[in-house]
Design a protein around this ligand. Structure first.
Ligand SMILES: C[S@@+](CC[C@H](N)C(=O)[O-])C[C@H]1O[C@@H](n2cnc3c(N)ncnc32)[C@H](O)[C@@H]1O
Length: 404
């Protein structure tokens, strides 16, 4: 209940809310179950609410405790396989001294009626309306379908011949595992031969090719792309504003034994000592492209958040454009399904920076199934790589600065 309140009322990310919301749960398994219940509730919220509303005379207020308790009980029974008596027994204490009878009655009526959740979840209106307008009905349907189950696990290998679990080979250095064991138990984890990274998230660093040379990763933590650049032979500076996220970057570099100089600073106040050969801006964004793994973004990515992020992205791009040596490359990427954070950001940048042009990837630079847009950038959407289990939504463009 605390987790759902943090996401839906306060707009916090689910992962960030976890430590405080589960502070009374001592066992890791219990914290894992709380997370699973909250995440599954967020995947299924519009459909759970439709069921609840079908069984009450008047719709319960959005933030009523009774609605939250019913969401939690129903999602366990209808999606997580918890027996009804156990699901209701765990939520009734949440409404003690309050609408206990109502919760018990509505839950009982719905379970006796044998209700079920639809095979394809309903997209919440906040993103559904925007995505239908931007990408059309087919993509919106693919997004809804993608919410139904957690996605496969993708790994990026530091060395294509390194120790890694068996899986589908999406690129020589990219494996996909369906229904894997816990990450820390997989072969090669302890040796640091790979890290978890969706295939779409592996594209930005891939487009910078191989070193030697100086590469600056401007928004670096937790470090997936910095590690890729280091593994490709670049001399990497990894800049990150958040000390706690930079700590995770340090841990990841230590585990994989990949070298990078970590700088904790705000890219809007900091400058490099010399221009770089390769610049990666994996900018902070609404993160709507990673909704399969983080269903909370479906409820946090209001239009205002997208607009605010687009302003920050433009400031980062405009400032860092001067840090690339003539002839050097700049890759701009966001894990967002919002044109304002991708296509529109690119158009604005090109009109303001005549010294940059798009450098379209050549045949063989992209994994099979990832196609290039006619304008020379890469846009992955729900439905991309559908036969292989899909991928995150990303916008990626490689730009080159004119030689002096
Ligand atoms: C999309 S995430 C980066 C993911 C990372 N590139 C990876 O592959 O693991 C964006 C990061 O930018 C950081 N950030 C946000 N604003 C920043 C700023 N002004 N300067 C530096 N880093 C910033 C955020 O803390 C966040 O860690």
């Amino acid at each position: 209940m605390r987790l759902l309140d943090a996401v839906l009322r306060r707009g916090d990310p689910l992962e960030a809310a976890l430590p405080a919301a589960t502070r009374d749960l001592r066992e890791a398994n219990d914290r894992g179950l709380a997370h699973a219940i909250a995440a599954e509730t967020l995947r299924r919220l519009p459909d759970l609410d439709a069921l609840i509303d079908s069984a009450t005379r008047q719709p319960l207020p959005e933030d009523a405790k009774a609605r939250t308790a019913l969401r939690i009980a129903l999602v366990q029974t209808l999606a997580l396989g918890t027996p009804p008596h156990a699901a209701i027994a765990t939520v009734l204490p949440l409404v003690d001294g309050g609408p206990r009878k109502l919760v018990h009655g509505v839950f009982g009526a719905l379970t006796r009626a044998g209700v079920a959740l639809p095979a394809v979840p309903t997209l919440p209106a906040i993103v559904g309306d925007r995505w239908r307008e931007a990408w059309g009905e087919e993509v919106a349907q693919a997004a809804a379908q993608a919410i139904a189950a957690p996605p496969p696990l993708d790994l990026t290998l530091a060395d294509p011949d390194g120790l890694a679990p068996e899986g589908v080979v999406l690129a020589p250095d990219q494996r996909r595992l369906v229904d894997p064991a816990p990450v820390t138990q997989l072969p090669g984890y302890a040796e640091g031969s790979w890290w978890v990274q969706d295939v779409a998230a592996s594209l930005p660093a891939r487009l910078l090719g191989r070193g030697p040379g100086a590469a600056l990763d401007l928004c670096a933590a937790p470090g997936g792309k910095s590690m890729q650049l280091a593994a490709a032979g670049w001399d990497v500076t990894a800049l990150e504003i958040s000390p706690s996220r930079a700590a995770r970057l340090h841990e990841n570099l230590a585990r994989t034994r990949l070298p990078a100089k970590v700088v904790i600073a705000d890219a809007l106040d900091w400058s490099p000592a010399a221009p770089v050969d390769a610049l990666l801006i994996d900018a902070p964004c609404s993160a709507t492209g990673i909704f399969r793994r983080h269903p909370d973004v479906l409820y946090r990515a209001h239009a205002g958040v997208v607009a605010e992020m687009a302003v920050l992205q433009a400031r980062l791009l405009d400032r860092a454009a001067a840090w690339v040596r003539p002839g050097g490359a700049l890759v701009y990427a966001t894990c967002s399904l919002e044109p304002a954070e991708g296509e529109e950001q690119l158009a604005r940048f090109l009109s303001a920076h005549a010294d940059y042009r798009i450098d379209s990837p050549q045949a063989g630079e992209l994994p099979e199934g990832i196609t290039l847009h006619a304008d020379g950038y890469v846009r992955t959407l729900p439905g991309t790589l559908a036969d292989a289990g899909g991928c995150d939504g990303f916008f990626i463009v490689r730009l080159v600065r004119a030689s002096a």
